[in-house]
Design a protein around this ligand. Structure first.
Ligand code: NAP
Length: 295
């Protein structure tokens, strides 16, 4: 069996088109969806993520403002900037690019964001709402994965899903979304991590595997069952002298061999990545719609 490659770029492009249409409709009512982005420090990867996010906003007709702070910014200054965005009616969503410099208390900062403007879905209020099945902005990467599965026609209900990775931004929220008693849930979920005793024993049972370990070749062909759907979240740099930058990006899955056994597989790049930014745009639009509904 050779897997169908799930084209995250194409699915994301279609969704972004729909988001743009809805943004235009909202503008007719006098509301321009707005995103405030805060970045502290000069981490090149973070800077490139922020550039990609603001560019995507621009294309979708979403207003964005990008506040770049120095790496030695005080926690008070960061919090005061969030508070000013909390009270700015032009800003419907706030995104603080992680990681923050070491001297900043990340959870304290994220708690400052008004949960209604929490377009990353990281605020404990929103995580609690999601856990208890209430409407809330959903974390972008897990939500993007669910969209990929749904739009590819992969059945989630009743599926055995094995997630490799238990981070607060991918594994934990995704597991909770997939066990909800709703039409994007009803799966049976196992989460694996570095203390899991026999990883392959779990992954071989899975109808759907989500690899979010951040290590190349974590999932090899012998670890999956024939016909599984394999979603690769990982983004890893591998030295490659043939590339201009001296490296190339790979996921957590041994793509070439796993694709010969799986029924569906996402590539890296071009799978989950484009969906993450798309769900951010979606959350900004939803936050703006909520504002419109209140006015
Ligand atoms: P993270 O916070 O480092 O978490 C990695 C998780 O994987 C941890 O729970 C760790 O277990 C587990 N793990 C690592 N090696 C493992 C192994 N060999 N076997 C089993 N479990 C293992 O990473 P993250 O932030 O969730 O990100 C994961 C990957 O996804 C990274 O490559 C990141 O760049 C990528 N990512 C991509 C997107 C996107 O939009 N494409 C978005 C977010 C993240 P312990 O808890 O026991 O340490």
């Amino acid at each position: 069996m050779t897997a169908r490659i799930i084209d995250g770029k194409q699915i994301a492009t279609q969704m972004r088109r729909e988001i743009k249409e809805q943004t235009e409709q909202l503008k007719q009512k006098g509301i321009i969806p707005g995103l405030g982005v805060i970045i502290a420090g000069d981490d090149p990867a973070s800077q490139s993520y922020v550039r990609a996010k603001t560019k995507a906003c621009d294309k979708a007709g979403i207003y964005s403002v990008d506040e770049h702070l120095s790496a030695d910014v005080s926690q008070e200054k960061l919090i005061s900037l969030i508070n000013s965005m909390n009270s700015n009616p032009k800003i419907h969503g706030i995104l603080v690019q992680l990681p923050l410099p070491d001297h900043i208390d990340e959870s304290e900062v994220l708690l400052t964001i008004n949960p209604e403007k929490d377009v990353d879905g990281f605020h404990p209020t929103n995580l609690g709402k999601m856990l208890t099945g209430q409407k809330a902005p959903l974390s972008c990467t897990p939500h993007g994965i669910i969209q990929l599965l749904q739009k590819t026609g992969i059945q989630i209900e009743g599926a055995e899903v094995v997630i490799v990775g238990r981070s607060n931004i991918v594994g934990k929220p995704l597991a909770n979304m997939l066990i909800q008693k709703n039409d994007t849930g009803n799966a049976t979920v196992t989460i694996c991590h570095t203390r899991t005793k026999n990883l392959a024993e779990h992954t071989r049972r899975a109808d759907i595997i989500v690899a979010a370990a951040g290590r190349a070749n974590t999932i090899t062909a012998d670890m999956i069952k024939e016909g599984a759907a394999v979603i690769d979240v990982g983004v890893n740099r591998i030295d490659d002298a043939t590339k201009k930058k001296g490296y190339r990006l790979v996921g957590d899955v041994d793509f070439e061999n796993v694709k010969e056994k799986a029924a569906f597989i996402t590539p890296v790049p071009g799978g989950v990545g484009p969906m993450t930014i798309t769900m951010l745009l979606y959350n900004v639009l939803e936050a703006a719609k909520n504002t419109a509904a209140k006015s």
